[in-house]
Design a protein around this ligand. Structure first.
Ligand SMILES: Nc1ncnc2c1ncn2[C@@H]1O[C@H](COP(=O)(O)OP(=O)(O)OP(=O)(O)O)[C@@H](O)[C@H]1O
Ligand SMILES: [Mg+2]
Length: 272
């Protein structure tokens, strides 16, 4: 296993004239647990999509488990290297849970076998074991649409277990959960990642991020505000991260259009 799970060098992302993520340098070591925090619109999803090879960076380079984005275009290689839990569940609601979980195996299967699996779930034991680990084995043949949001998140995690990538990315895995279930989900993610798998998760629940993750990457207005071990994150850092600036609420869009001229709207903590 390569020692660095992710390597971003000057990696940035623009959508037209919006700079979703200013170029940044960042390395995540294999097995590390990294939480990505920041207000809505800060660029967290964009950052995770760059690391998943879903977006090719518009500047710089991204390497995932030693592979370039071009090499990651190979579906099997990508699936072995990295798996993602999306912010919006990307399950097929009309299918039974077991089919959604086994979609994690598609990279291994022929088209014929994939189609057959819609009639006779292939390797349903594997799906059952994954669902047992996430605590919803009893839902295996339930229609996915009938599950609660939290249960659907567990289905998405079970699918990742079946995929078994070297690194897991989770985009807001707890945003739709009550505080108790949110903590249970974070524990589950950390447990599933174990000591070998790299885990990078974005979340608004900062206390959970500080408690369960080794390292905090804070984004604001599409730029890196700080990147440090959780134990070194001070309350003032978090105030600076979430404070509403004069340009309006953090969720407003279009603010970054100006940054092409090199001006950042991020105020450093000491300027407050
Ligand atoms: N496909 C896209 N096309 C155009 N603009 C985009 C696209 N994806 C993201 N953006 C813009 O990039 C910025 C960052 O978006 P992103 O989704 O990464 O934020 P986020 O931190 O994940 O926010 P949230 O916490 O609300 O999920 C936003 O201004 C967004 O509108
Ligand atoms: Mg997002």
């Amino acid at each position: 296993m390569p020692s660095s799970a992710f390597e971003l060098r000057g990696a940035g992302m623009r959508f037209g004239d919006v700079e979703a993520l200013a170029p940044l340098d960042l390395t995540v070591q294999a097995g590390q647990r990294v939480a990505v925090v920041g207000p809505s619109g800060a660029g967290k999803t964009t950052f995770l999509y760059l690391m998943a090879g879903i977006h090719a960076p518009t500047s710089g380079t991204v390497r995932v488990g030693g592979l370039s984005v071009r090499e990651l275009a190979d579906v099997r290689r990508r699936a072995a290297a990295v798996g993602i839990m999306h912010q919006q569940f990307d399950l097929v609601p009309s299918l039974a849970v077991v089919h959604n979980v086994l979609a994690g195996r598609l990279r291994e299967w022929s088209l014929w076998r994939s189609l057959l699996s819609l009639i006779v779930p292939q390797e349903s034991e594997r799906a059952r074991e994954a669902l047992r680990r996430v605590g919803i084995e009893d839902k295996i043949f339930e229609r996915t649409a009938n599950l609660s949001g939290g249960e659907q998140q567990r289905v998405a995690l079970a699918r990742l277990l079946v995929q078994a990538p070297r690194a897991i990315l989770a985009d807001e895995p707890v945003s739709s959960l009550d505080p108790t279930r949110a903590e249970a989900m974070v524990r589950l993610l950390v447990e599933v990642a174990g000591t070998d798998r790299t885990l990078v998760a974005s979340m608004h629940a900062v206390p959970l991020a500080l408690q369960y993750f080794d390292r905090i990457v804070a984004l604001r207005d599409g730029a890196l505000l700080f990147d440090r071990p959780s134990r070194d994150v001070a309350p003032a850092d978090l105030e600076a991260l979430y404070e509403i600036d004069d340009a309006g609420p953090a969720a407003s869009d279009g603010r970054r259009r100006d940054r092409a001229g090199g001006q950042s709207m991020v105020r450093p903590p000491e300027a407050r």
